[in-house]
Design a protein around this ligand. Structure first.
Ligand code: HEC
Length: 141
């Protein structure tokens, strides 16, 4: 009896240890990217899209649960690399300002800032990686 209890406890501790060992580094990698991205957002995007991602009425669109922020990663990366000038409509409001290119940012910086906006302002979407930005940049040249 004692033996079985011991076995269960030891197995349990082992499984907890394994999951902490495998999941924790992944989470801290994501958090590190989000933290770096927040700094880039503050320097490069905040003046137009605002601290809370709410944008500026009829000028700069919000980044809260829009199809661009949550949608296809390649399209989102392209917006940062090329800028945007097509005009957008979000919640029946039109936005027509010009967003300039931010191609001077590194692949890692773009990945971080996009990971930040996809996990901030009430958004929840997968991280963007440096490799994904690199691939899109190579195609958009
Ligand atoms: C000069 C102001 C300005 C800056 C700086 C700026 N944007 Fe934009 N952004 C805009 C405008 C204006 C649009 C809409 C363009 C249009 O009408 O086609 C836009 C569109 C977007 C969109 C798609 C529409 C939406 O709301 O989902 C995303 C995503 C985006 N910007 C992210 C960023 C990120 C990330 C940064 C920083 C790297 C950034 N922007 C910097 C003005 C800006």
């Amino acid at each position: 009896m004692i033996y079985w209890i011991r076995l269960v406890v030891v197995t349990g501790l082992f499984l907890i240890g394994i999951s902490a060992w495998t999941i924790a580094p992944l989470q801290s990698k994501l958090q590190a990217s989000i933290d770096r991205g927040k700094i880039i957002y503050t320097q490069q995007c905040l003046s137009c899209h605002m601290m809370d991602g709410g944008g500026v009425q009829s000028m700069n669109p919000p980044l809260i649960r829009t199809k661009w922020v949550l949608g296809d990663k390649a399209d989102l990366i392209t917006i940062v690399l090329k800028g945007m000038n097509s005009g957008v409509e979000i919640d029946a409001v039109q936005y027509h300002n010009i967003m300039a290119s931010h191609a001077d940012l590194s692949d890692q910086q773009i990945a971080d800032v996009l990971t930040y906006i996809r996990n901030g302002f009430g958004n929840k979407a997968k991280a963007v990686t440096e490799a994904e930005v690199k691939t899109v940049r190579a195609k958009t040249h």
